[in-house]
Design a protein around this ligand. Structure first.
Ligand code: GLN
Length: 560
């Protein structure tokens, strides 16, 4: 017979994070921060997002509306919150960590067609809710102590109801002592009455309670500290302990949130609710890292040449990766958003002036491609550090073919199917497939690095594993010519068939990758190619400042 403590230690606990009052309250950052704190207490954590929209996955959604698509090791195209989960914690998530209404219905309908329901009428309750529960429970494996599940959307939305019903039932299934419900809300400040208003929070919690979910913790976002009376009101009307009203004030840097949440007692309350006894969290290394970011003073300006520059979330992981590397390099980063379309054809050179580095991120579709190519030409010709990601590599190869090899019409067959020089093309085994959806290279693939290259020195490894999301590849027919003209294929697939990384050894920093390194950068472990890029940009900035100073000094000495 197992003693109670042993039984207890085998049970996976579930934390559910819902949101009320408005969207965009930072549920994802709250869930991620809690994940980090529980890990810092020695617990094994995993995270998951339930998204109420009907797309099967966000792969087909416009990044302009929805933000970036985050890619997991196993090739899942997922919500950008999974990027936060991975960056804040040590976990490697899989596609199982993102569940959408679309994917739930897809599998229920597939089962219905197969006859799995034995003639039953298939309904939202229990069939849809059971499917949701099965997806959540799939994560409570033996090697996980706590599953943190974030429910997307706002409580009160029609489309979120099956998810709320499912997470309510899980409490019954696994026992109240093994679940904890956290509700994230907003307490606005009204200028007219000079007061923080708790009513929207009360209403939102009432709505949640009407669905049978009694939250134990309320995380309150506010732009000024919650006073005692507001805290008491929330505690009383929402029926939570006063210390379970966690005030989440706005902070300057998202990586400070775990520290702020620790100070506000979030992890302590959650552990108490779940009956978990641990040492206090060890956040020393994290604190040092956040402080390093605050102390970083060396100015550096990176131009990000993109299509979706009005919605920075479209490039979230790229921006975060730059920030990780900036902070580790002691750099105070300024990102200049450069709309690729305005640079189109007639390059607006002013956009590219004064940049210490140029980054061309991934993308689909022809819009902005000529502008990206022009920006890369500028970087190549002027020795401006350059980092190209996926489409950024493809544009660099097109630019090099046109302007160095002299193939004026060089292009990718994605953008010009009848180009005279298809330097970027589909692989032969892909070209005949009609459904392009099936041919995307997604998820982690190995690449072997060429010894002696800058890339290899930066990684310090011989074989690397990086995440992909693309269809087109460098056309092998042009490899010899490209190499002869000075382009180095610093990384290739182990069978040599696919170019993974290019670099230009004669340039201060010119590296581009067919994969997306931005998905693997962490605040406490920046990606080597981003770090090398930011370091090169800093070097350029500081060298040019030295030249300016020298110039001024010479002037000063010139007799009039
Ligand atoms: N559109 C290009 C391709 O499919 C690049 C994709 C990307 O940048 N993620 O190959």
């Amino acid at each position: 017979m197992l003693r109670p403590s042993e039984v207890e230690s085998n049970v996976t606990k579930h934390v559910f994070v819902t949101g009320g009052v408005t969207s965009s309250l930072g549920k994802g950052i709250t869930a991620s921060s809690l994940g980090r704190l529980l890990e810092a207490r020695g617990l094994r954590v995993t995270l998951q997002k339930l998204d109420p929209y009907i797309n099967v996955d966000p792969g087909t959604m416009n990044p302009f509306e929805h933000g970036e698509v985050f890619v997991t090791d196993d090739g899942g195209e997922t919500d950008l919150d999974l990027g936060h989960y991975e960056r804040f914690t040590g976990v490697h998530l899989s596609r199982d960590s993102n569940v959408t209404t679309g994917s739930i219905y897809q599998s229920v309908i597939r089962k219905e067609r197969r006859g799995d329901y034995l003639g039953a009428t298939v309904q939202v309750i229990p069939h849809i809710t059971n499917e949701i529960k099965a997806r959540v429970r799939k994560l409570d494996r033996d090697d996980v102590d706590v599953v943190i599940t974030e429910v997307g959307g706002t409580v009160g939305d029609i489309e979120g109801l099956p998810f709320l019903e499912a997470i309510r039932q899980i409490r019954k299934d696994v026992g109240a002592e093994n679940t904890c419900y956290i509700h994230v809300t907003l307490v606005p400040y009204l200028e007219t009455s000079e007061e923080l208003k708790t009513k929207p929070t009360q209403h939102s919690v009432a709505e949640l309670r009407s669905r049978g979910i009694l939250p134990e913790v309320i995380v309150v976002r506010s732009d000024r500290p919650l006073d005692e009376s507001a805290r008491r009101k929330i505690s009383l009307f929402c029926d939570v302990e006063p210390d379970a009203v966690i005030n989440a004030l706005n902070v300057g840097d998202i990586y400070e949130v775990p520290l702020a949440m620790e100070a506000a007692g979030l992890d302590a309350v959650v552990c108490r609710e779940l009956g978990l006894e641990t040492e206090p969290p060890d956040m020393d290394a994290w604190r040092t890292m956040v402080q390093r970011g605050k102390d970083a003073k060396r100015p550096v300006t990176i131009g990000l040449v993109g299509k979706y520059v009005d919605l920075p979330d479209a490039y979230l992981s790229v921006v975060e990766s730059l920030r990780h590397s900036a902070s580790a390099n002691g750099a105070n980063l300024e990102i200049r958003w450069i709309p690729a379309e305005e640079v189109d054809g007639l390059l607006a050179p002013s956009h590219l002036d004064g940049l210490d580095g140029i980054l061309v991120p991934g993308g689909f579709g022809i819009r902005g491609v000529e502008g990206k190519i022009e920006a890369i030409r500028h970087a190549r010709e002027n020795g401006v550090p350059f980092l190209g990601l996926c489409l950024g590599l493809q544009c660099a190869v097109i630019e090099f073919s046109r302007n160095v090899l002299g193939h004026r019409g060089a292009h990718s067959t994605e953008f010009d199917p009848t180009t005279t020089d298809p330097v970027i093309d589909l692989m032969e085994d892909q070209a005949d497939v009609e459904d392009l959806g099936g041919t995307m290279r997604l998820g982690i693939y190995p690449a072997k690095l060429m010894p002696g290259t800058r890339t290899q020195r930066l990684y310090g490894e011989e074989v690397i594993y990086e995440r992909h999301r693309h269809r087109w590849e460098v056309n092998n027919r042009y490899r010899t010519e490209l190499e002869a003209a000075g382009l180095v294929f610093a990384g290739k697939s182990p069978d040599d068939r696919l170019v993974e990384i290019i670099e230009m050894p004669t340039h201060p920093y010119f590296i581009a990758t067919q994969f997306h390194p931005e998905f693997k950068s962490r605040p406490d472990n920046p990606h080597p190619l981003f770090s090398g890029f930011v370091a090169a940009a800093l070097e350029r900035r500081e060298a040019s400042r030295d030249t300016d100073t020298a110039h001024v000094e010479t002037h000063a000495k010139t007799p009039h």
